[in-house]
Design a protein around this ligand. Structure first.
Ligand code: FES
Ligand SMILES: [Fe+2]
Length: 348
């Protein structure tokens, strides 16, 4: 029996038609992490983002509900909010000033007879699904999708072993862009095979023999149970728990890093078939001081730089036309195998 699996065809990593199918079949159907809930805690606060290259807006109503809509005016398709975030009491389209309340109901369309030429029933904003888990706001374009909790599955249970976001303070957000296909980055994120070669410093910080990589929920996410050599509570009285961490790669494009002192989440945003943006948010327990926070974020930046570096080189060769397909090891790259399986299923 072979211990290898053929990898995805190279053209899936640059073909725009494949990319468009992925947007429809994968990114429109799964939940996407959008923002820290604290950013939309106050009545009237909104944030904008994209899912599958569609503009969306999330808003806290004046009554305290969290709503999500396509950021799409029903008149002539302008975005209704141009800013990344802010506060408002109603949406007023910047193009011709149609206005909507924070429940998305059309309130005014200057020059049109309300109730005759335009009706709120037909011309209100298009809602999307929004939910919060562990203080984090997620959204989904598919109104029929499973609940956020069931989509997260075992992640909800695993997160209970680590401090909740409410026990931590938000420190920073970082954004990087790579000239890479999102699956190239995901293949890389779902396996630990490259850890010693691409990330020597990260590898040295871990007790590598104790790293366990397992697939959960038929490969819908891959968990890396890690043990950090050097943690704040090491030395006398240290326990395994203090140094444990759990990294997750969740299909299609979400990374979560739990530890006893920090949490970070990374959203992978496919922009086009050869461009991907990676956004990271960092939280720390209050006992972690400024200097330690800075070091941890710099360390994460270094790992990101190493990953983008190798993925960019891979991308160039995938686009080169010589390499058609390769091999994945069941023993060393099971996470990437599961990830690619999920992609194939979604596109079939
Ligand atoms: S496009 Fe929004 S008011 Fe015209
Ligand atoms: Fe990596």
């Amino acid at each position: 029996m072979s211990n290898t699996v053929e990898s995805l065809p190279a053209n899936w990593y640059y073909d725009e038609a494949v990319f468009r199918r992925e947007q429809k079949n994968i990114f429109e159907k799964n939940w996407t992490f959008i923002v820290d809930g604290a950013e939309v805690a106050q009545p009237g606060r909104f944030v904008t983002a994209t899912i599958a290259n569609q503009f969306i807006v999330i808003v806290r109503t004046l009554q305290g509900e969290l709503n999500g809509f396509l950021n799409l005016c029903r008149h002539r398709a302008s975005t209704i909010c141009a800013e990344d975030n802010g506060s408002l009491t109603q949406f007023t389209c910047p193009y011709h000033a149609w206005s909507y309340d924070l429940d998305g109901i059309l309130k005014n369309a200057p020059g049109f007879k309300m109730g005759e030429e335009v009706t709120p029933k037909k011309f209100s904003l298009i809602p999307i699904k929004v939910d919060i888990w562990n203080g984090l706001v997620f959204a989904c374009l598919d109104r029929e999708c499973a609940s956020l909790e069931s989509w997260l599955g075992d992640i909800v249970r695993i997160a209970k072993n680590y401090p909740a976001i409410s026990e931590m303070t938000f420190e920073a957000k970082r954004s990087n862009e790579g000239s890479i296909n999102w699956k190239n980055y995901s293949d890389n994120s779902a396996e630990g095979y490259h850890l010693p070669t691409i990330h020597p410093a990260l590898n040295a910080a871990l007790v590598s023999k104790q790293t366990r990589i397992s697939a959960y929920e038929n490969g819908r996410f891959v968990g890396f149970e890690v043990v950090y050599k050097d943690c704040d509570n090491d030395g006398e009285g240290s326990s395994q728990d203090d140094s444990s961490g759990f990294w997750i790669y969740k299909f299609p494009a979400l990374l979560l890093h739990f530890s006893m002192n920090s949490f970070n989440i990374e959203r992978v945003i496919p922009v086009n078939s050869q461009t991907t943006v990676m956004q990271r948010w960092f939280w720390f327990k209050p006992l972690i001081d400024k200097q330690q926070r800075k070091q941890a974020i710099e360390f994460s930046n270094q790992v990101m730089k190493e990953d983008i570096g190798i993925c960019t080189r891979v991308q160039k060769n995938l686009e080169g036309g010589v390499y058609q397909t390769g091999l994945l090891s069941i023993q060393r790259e099971s996470g990437a195998i599961f990830f690619q399986q999920c992609v194939k299923e979604a596109l079939s």
